[in-house]
Design a protein around this ligand. Sequence first.
Ligand code: GCB
Length: 602
Amino acid sequence: MLYPQQNEIRNLFDLSGVWDFQTDPRAVGETERWQLGVPDARPIAVPGSWNEQYADLYNYLGAAWYVREFHAPGGWRDQRVFVRVGSANYAAEVWVNGQKVGGHSGGHLPFECDITDTVAWDGPNTLAIRVENELKPTRVPAGNMPPRGGGVMAMMSGYPSTTYDFFPYAGLHRPVWLFAVPQTHITDIAVATEIDGTTGVIKLGVTQNGAGGAVTVTLRGNGGVHETRAVFQGERATAQITVPDARLWSTEDPHLYQATVTLVAAGGQVTDVYSLPVGIRTVQATAEGLLVNGKPVCLKGFGRHEDFFASGRGLNVPLLVKDYALLRWIGANSYRTSHYPYSEEEMMMADRQGLLIIDEIPVVSMTFEDGDANIAARLAQARRQLNELIARDKNHPSVIMWSVANEPMPPDMFKRFTGGGGPSPLDAVGHAFLKELVDLARALDATRPVTLVGMMGGPLDWLELADIVCINRYWGWYTQGGQLDAGLEMLARELDGLHAALGKPIIITEFGADTVAGLHSHPPKMFSEEYQTEFLAGYLDVAAARPFVIGLHVWNFADFQAVQSVNRVGGMNLKGVFTRQREPKMAAHMLRERWTRPARSS
Ligand code: GCB
């Protein structure tokens, strides 16, 4: 799916702004025709999470309606017109002038509705989007799961009842666009790049919604222009461009060429044009490490969240720019889109600024204990999310790896976490689930490694599925709390064991300690800035002594909103090295000192 764009042929109109809004807890909206306007509207910002905009909506996750009017620009009359929603969490249905035009389930990923036959040209149109984010065991990620563990576990569970440690924000989280394309248009472009000596090879697959004709591709960049032409075989054409002395995309020099793809009909007239940035680079996982352009890279960075005061999970462009400035300031070169796909605007920023991204679907804290039907429903949803993510992000040079899961949970997970608890017959069910996703990612994209992120105590054969082993570790926090030395010893021992068993490079994709900004202690005690600093520095030291550890992602870049529970003061996860307001804690200065040293520093 292509990001909408404006050029000499295509057009778009941003529908972001203040919309009418009303919750629909009794599900009467559709029968009462709220598609044409809500009876008791209050204003709401799009993009944005509704939970952050009104106090009474904070914990509301049921259905709600967004409604606004728009005029279709007259100049678009002979084109195909679409409404495109960047992200609606979790499920959405869309109506134009009272007529249903489409919907989506799964959140975090865009969808578009063809409204060519519905749109009115001689007056205003009413656009209504019904969004709901009920937490259900059949969803990905799942919520309201049957209680497990009883006793103390039940006491520690949070509200709202997620299976994961971030707030289940709801609403229209990314821009809503109206856009127009020609009747016959480019529907997709897939770019793959290879390097042959000093020559860059760019392979493009172009799809149109018609047949016949040809495509020309013009590649500009690094002072040169390269051109090629290919003829369509039905709906598809494949083109190739070679660039001698190519300027490769890398984290140090994220050079982007600009490819302009032009659709030329059989009669010779130009019918559509689409331009996109292209970074020439390769990624490869070997037993030694992760190679970008044939050279090993060491990942320094974070797990993050789309999260901020007032905007919630909604796209917040100034925050995006600021976060990237902070990532550069601290010397990071990488992050993971924990635990769901981030905005397209964010991925474009990563291409432009040379960040290396592990791109993740929302398969977080997946369990395999509630029966075949629920597991099958979640697998079907996860497969859709993976298909949609790879379709959306396949052309981003910044994306170096797909992650198909974060911390899938084996039965008896809490016992295993602390070193007790043994294998279970259900481990095989988890293995089959994860293998299906890993295989699917490989089938959809042969150009990038695939991983999944394992939790403490997770089965070894789950980790084995990944090209690069990714693990989250909290020795010295959730176990050996307050005993940093003991925790670091456990970490060192475990890393050596894992590497001996699996023979693959390891990235520690999470490690961190909750920290109250401004709380100090000597000696370092849990929750103090000193403890966080020593904890993170200790992990960096253990990793630096082990060349097979090829990356470290601190948990987390910034403090973020989770659900309310006895584990989360004010509902906040405080493991950020920046506060939620983006002020650095002590640990941020330590990381900056280490990560901006000239030599390999991890
Ligand atoms: C984890 C999860 C992450 C949590 C983190 C924590 O392992 O992957 O979502 O926020 O631990 O802070 O407990």
